[in-house]
Design a binder for this molecule. Structure first.
Ligand code: AMP
Ligand code: GLY
Length: 418
């Protein structure tokens, strides 16, 4: 079968890498990046990322299944369009993607579904935000819309609330508006990403994973897209998983049906696990997580294409169980100088060819020029490794990553440790 993975990042590279291991499968990644090309995945050349052009090229190349990576494409209705064109698609249409693209829509959905989530208020005006006096600090402020991971602030003071208001209303960092902001209580606990295939009636969990969001060790410094991941997550116990199913997954599926949301894709439930061990929803994403996907794909052993096809065709009920490698996978991201702030790119990367199948490398911000590889984005690449435990996997992942260098490279040294 021919499969098209849409997107540019390490997540898409990992999906393609895993899919390409299946017999009689050809995988395209568009637009991909220099690294996905280096890894042998063809793209559609300079083709602009418009749904019509992609659909035509996918048809010429006998693509049957399209897996959509980024939320921006889901928000713009690519999944709806490709379905109308007759493709099987992993990725929800606009109505399902709203669970990610509007934090307020997601909160209202959670309230209707009766799912545990932090108490919140919604502000429609700058003055409301500026006059807001939280009961406690930090206060969590969330921009209501796609913000490339930069729309959530844990404000420690009124000055930080003012700074967030300035970014929204003066600097217009998130566009022209109208702007809405959600504020909610800050929850203590540990974060867990619970990610599964969802067809609106059934939810089939993928292997658990935890990502490491802050740029610095011990969760310090600025928020990033994710600096690494571990799978399985050491936080997920059988007891916790049954609570997640009972209190969150089942009510979400029932509410999707009441709201007639045709959800065929990946539902990523971002959870805070309270100190007492109860799961509380922080957010939904409606796509594969990056970098969780890299660690998850490393462990996915069986039933990959049938599971994705069943998702696309609303046939998850009765799907044969998914099988996972028993080892732990640790995946460490290395970033370019300045990330997550102003990034310097164009540095030559060396050492890539020293890795093997047991330490896969997935590319995100990479460009090829004259047969050489250069940094071309904030998160540049990542390296994964397996181990019988977290420490074993960490050792191998860091050993492999050390071989790959460029000027300004930086990474966290505590990925996998919770
Ligand atoms: P979100 O995009 O809503 O998941 O927020 C991004 C990150 O901000 C999360 O991964 C958490 O680290 C943090 N965060 C969001 N909401 C809360 C909350 N209510 N309490 C504590 N941390 C939060
Ligand atoms: N790793 C977090 C995300 O994909 O949103």
């Amino acid at each position: 079968m021919n499969i098209l993975v849409l997107g540019t990042g390490g997540r898409e590279h990992a999906l393609a890498w895993r899919l390409a291991k299946e017999a009689d499968t050809k995988v395209y990644v568009h637009p991909g990046n220099g690294g996905t090309e280096l890894a042998g995945f063809k793209n559609f050349g300079d083709l602009p990322l418009t749904p019509q052009r992609i659909s035509a090229r996918a048809q010429e190349n006998d693509v049957e299944l399209i897996v959509i990576g980024p939320e921006t494409l889901l928000q713009e209705g690519y999944a709806d369009f490709f379905r109308r064109e007759g493709f099987k698609v992993v990725g929800p249409g606009i109505s399902g993607a709203r669970l990610e693209t509007s934090k307020i829509f997601a909160k209202e959905f959670m309230v209707r579904a009766g799912v545990p989530t932090a108490p919140f208020e919604v502000f429609d005006r700058e003055s409301e935000l500026l006059n807001f006096k939280p009961k406690q600090w930090p206060a969590v402020l969330k921009y209501d819309g796609i913000a490339a991971g930069k729309g959530v602030v844990l404000a420690q003071s009124s000055a930080e609330i003012k700074e967030f208001a300035k970014r929204i209303y003066k600097d217009m960092e998130f566009g022209a508006g109208p702007h809405r902001v959600l504020v909610e209580d800050c929850l203590p606990g540990k974060e867990l990403s619970y990610i599964g295939l969802c067809d609106g009636k059934e939810f089939v969990p993928l292997a658990s994973a935890t990502d490491f969001k802050r740029v610095g060790n011990s969760n310090t410094g600025a928020n990033t897209g994710g600096m690494g991941a571990v799978s399985p997550s050491p936080l997920l116990t059988t007891e916790l998983e049954s609570k997640i199913h009972e209190k969150i997954v089942q009510p979400v599926l029932s509410q999707m049906q009441r709201d007639r949301i045709d959800f065929r894709g990946v539902l990523y439930i971002g959870l805070m696990i309270s100190p007492k061990g109860d799961p509380i929803v922080l957010e939904f994403n409606t796509r594969f997580g990056d970098p969780e996907t890299q660690a998850i794909m490393m462990r996915w052993e069986e039933n990959v294409i049938p599971a994705l096809m069943a998702t696309a065709q609303s046939e998850l009920t009765g799907l044969a169980p998914l099988k996972w490698r028993r080892e732990t996978a640790v995946y460490v991201v290395a970033a370019a100088e300045g990330y997550p702030g102003k990034v310097t790119t164009g540095d030559m990367i060396t050492g890539i060819h020293e890795l093997n199948a047991e330490t896969p490398i997935f590319f995100s911000g990479v460009k090829m020029q004259g047969g050489k590889t250069y940094t071309h984005g904030g998160r540049v690449l990542g390296v994964g490794a397996y181990g019988t435990d977290v420490e074993g996997a960490r050792k191998k992942a860091y050993g492999a990553l050390e071989k790959i260098t460029w000027r300004g490279r930086h990474f966290r040294t505590d990925i996998g440790l919770l």
